[in-house]
Ligand binder design. Structure first.
Ligand SMILES: Nc1ncnc2c1ncn2[C@@H]1O[C@H](COP(=O)(O)OP(=O)(O)OP(=O)(O)O)[C@@H](O)[C@H]1O
Ligand SMILES: [Mg+2]
Length: 275
């Protein structure tokens, strides 16, 4: 479990960017963080992954306090972060060497097994000995995800992981995330992509240095004004649902708002309406 307690953060020459944040994230959960530009999403992502250290309050990953210098190495084995530009995180020219680098740093055994398993989980097995140079951005991002899985990071923070990736590549990564969730991995995904909102079990809206609201995915429709207020764009499927509701279609029976199911559910209520 991730526990954030009374967390506040400021950069050297700024006012407080985040103030008094409290949040718990369970293992196996996908949490999506949204908010307008500059609302502190990336700052929060870095605080959760231990790259930044709270000015006030604490972040605990399981029982590890990200402030503690003694447990830095243990922390790195639990939580990893992925950034927007996949190229910035790849260092070596050959895939397996790139994945091995972190394992060496963390003095982890069974390197080859770990790498092969991680590449399998990201559908990149064929690239074990391939050059990183020629890969697409989507494939590079999958190598980066594999890098975290090889270390066995159970908590994976992603800061706009698919912004630079084409539609098919985005979908591939979404599916990998959903499969890993089933295996018990935990995701904290910062996003500007409306479709990625539907990946989350819970959606966290940041505004004015704090969490404005935490919404369960099934409560999305009850919070449309809030999303508009906070300048957060909604997925097309949610927009369609709203239109249907406006036109008097009964959408009450839609309970499953998962990305892949929502379209099917929408078609069903439309068909019901025609009978
Ligand atoms: N290294 C830094 N030094 C000083 N100020 C910073 C630094 N990084 C971010 N900030 C400031 O902190 C605030 C929050 O930035 P942050 O990058 O966390 O927001 P964000 O929600 O991720 O924005 P975006 O949607 O543009 O990615 C902004 O006002 C930004 O200018
Ligand atoms: Mg950001």
């Amino acid at each position: 479990m991730i526990k954030i307690e009374n967390l506040s953060y400021k950069y050297k020459f700024t006012d407080y960017i985040l103030e008094n944040i409290n949040l718990e994230i369970n293992q196996g959960e996908i949490v999506v963080i949204v908010g307008r530009n500059g609302s502190g999403k990336s700052t929060l992502a870095k605080l959760i992954s231990g790259i930044l250290i709270p000015k006030r309050g604490n972040v605990f990953i399981d029982d590890i306090d990200t402030k503690s210098k003694k447990t830095k190495l243990e922390l790195r084995k639990k939580v990893g972060i992925l950034f927007q530009n996949p190229e910035n995180q790849i260092i070596f020219p050959i895939v397996k060497d790139d994945l091995e680098f972190a394992l060496k740093n963390l003095k982890l055994d069974n390197k080859e097994n770990r790498i092969k398993r991680a590449l399998e989980m990201t559908d990149m097995s064929d690239f074990y000995e391939k050059e990183t140079y020629g890969l697409s951005l989507g494939q590079k991002q999958r190598i980066n995800i594999a890098g975290l899985l090889a270390v066995n990071n159970k908590y994976i923070v992603m800061d706009e992981p698919t912004t630079m990736i084409d539609t098919l590549g985005k979908e591939k990564i979404h599916n990998i995330i959903l499969n890993l969730k089933e295996k018990g991995y935990t995701f904290i995904i910062v996003t500007n992509n409306p479709d990625e909102i539907l990946l989350g079990d819970r959606i966290i809206i940041l505004k004015e240095k704090n969490i404005k609201k935490i919404i369960n995915k099934s409560e999305l429709l009850d919070n449309i004004e809030l999303f508009n207020d906070c300048e957060i764009r909604l997925p097309d499927s949610i927009k369609i649902l709203l239109k249907l509701k406006e036109k008097g279609t009964n959408i009450q029976k839609i309970k499953d708002f998962s990305k892949d199911n929502l379209l099917n559910e929408i078609v069903e209520v439309m068909m019901d309406g025609r009978k």
